[in-house]
Design a protein around this ligand. Structure first.
Ligand code: PCA
Length: 328
């Protein structure tokens, strides 16, 4: 073997080694931004999802969750994942209604008020949701619901007069509008800042699930929960498309399988815990009641007008989704 051949052989061997040894490709780490408490079921399931991906890729892709808005606050997560500042994150979909009315379909008042209907509505809207996110440079992974939404108040709310002027904590445009139309004063506040807001009187009422009231120990500040069951909003887990495209197919498949599992767990857990949260309220001295017929009528009136408003905004694509939902 002459010098030329020898050099060529060594070069070939080195190149082959580089391509085939595990050490040749760097393991990746994804920080996953979550808005809600570490002990909330959404965050726990996200942590299980992250652990599963890490284990099944033998650490080639390690996903590390950051709950409670510790990496990015709830209101920043969508933009952060879009811009690639975080490769993956979870966001309350209906908070994004400024981007597109489709994002608030799960918060149209009294449209889907049970877990079964909420799931049907989700399935009906999913193809369009995936498309919209794709256009925004995002890959959709999974979506899980919050329990049915009720009304929290620091004072008894037996008639619409009782709530007038109450400071109201809103989490999306729909909750702001409901508050406005009922004469309350809405301010947007993320769940992570909720205890503080009620403790200082910045908030005196809100619409949310038993889950968030439980996470934030709202019985320390709020005495009344009305089990309205107005809608079931959802979170979604999204990935930055560029980060996604850097993964090999095998890793993507592991993520998709883990996401499907996480989604089913999320739906089951929300339903399993819905009544349990309200039991904890009672144990901690809160009153948990249905709304009085008078209050319910006021909520339903506001809800009906918001539903019309949504249909108008969402146009033909919204109507098509609703027709699929209703099985038409
Ligand atoms: N909890 C979240 C959104 C809906 C819910 O039930 C929150 O209050 O921020």
């Amino acid at each position: 073997m002459n010098y030329f051949h020898k050099t060529l052989t060594i070069a070939t061997i080195s190149a082959t080694m580089l391509l085939s040894t595990p050490a040749s490709y760097a393991a990746d780490k994804w920080d996953m931004a979550l808005a809600y408490s570490a002990t909330n079921y959404h965050s726990e399931i996200a942590a299980e999802f992250a652990a599963e991906v890490t284990a099944k890729t033998s650490g080639d892709l390690e996903i590390v969750t950051h709950p409670g808005g510790s990496l990015f606050g709830g209101s920043e997560i969508f933009g952060a994942v879009r811009r690639g500042l975080a490769p993956i994150g979870e966001r309350l979909i209906s908070a994004l209604s400024n981007d597109d009315p489709l994002y608030e379909i799960d918060s149209v008042p009294f449209l889907a008020t049970s877990f079964a209907d909420a799931r049907k509505l989700y399935e009906a809207s999913k193809p369009e949701l995936i498309k919209k996110l794709d256009e925004a440079g995002l890959v959709f992974l999974y979506s899980a619901p919050w329990p049915p939404q009720g009304f929290y108040s620091i004072k008894a709310a037996n008639s619409p007069e009782d709530v007038k002027g109450l400071k109201f904590r809103a989490y999306n445009a729909t909750t702001s509008k409901v508050a406005d139309m009922l004469g309350m004063v809405p301010t947007k506040i993320e769940a992570a800042e909720l205890s503080q807001a009620f403790a200082t009187g910045v908030a005196q009422s809100m619409i949310s699930s038993g889950s968030t009231g439980y996470d934030r120990k709202l019985w320390e500040h709020v005495s009344f929960f009305y089990d309205v069951r107005a809608w079931l909003p959802r979170n979604m887990v999204i990935v930055n498309k560029k980060a996604w495209n850097r993964l090999d197919k095998k890793t993507q498949d592991v993520i998709v399988a883990a996401a499907a599992k996480a989604e089913d767990k999320g739906w089951a857990k929300a339903e399993e815990l819905a009544d349990w949260y309200l039991e904890q309220f009672k144990k901690n001295g809160m009153s948990v009641e249905p709304m009085t017929p008078e209050m319910r009528a006021a909520f339903e009136k506001v809800g009906a007008s918001l539903k019309d408003e949504w249909l108008e905004k969402a146009g033909d694509s919204g109507k098509k989704i609703l027709a699929t939902y209703k099985g038409e």
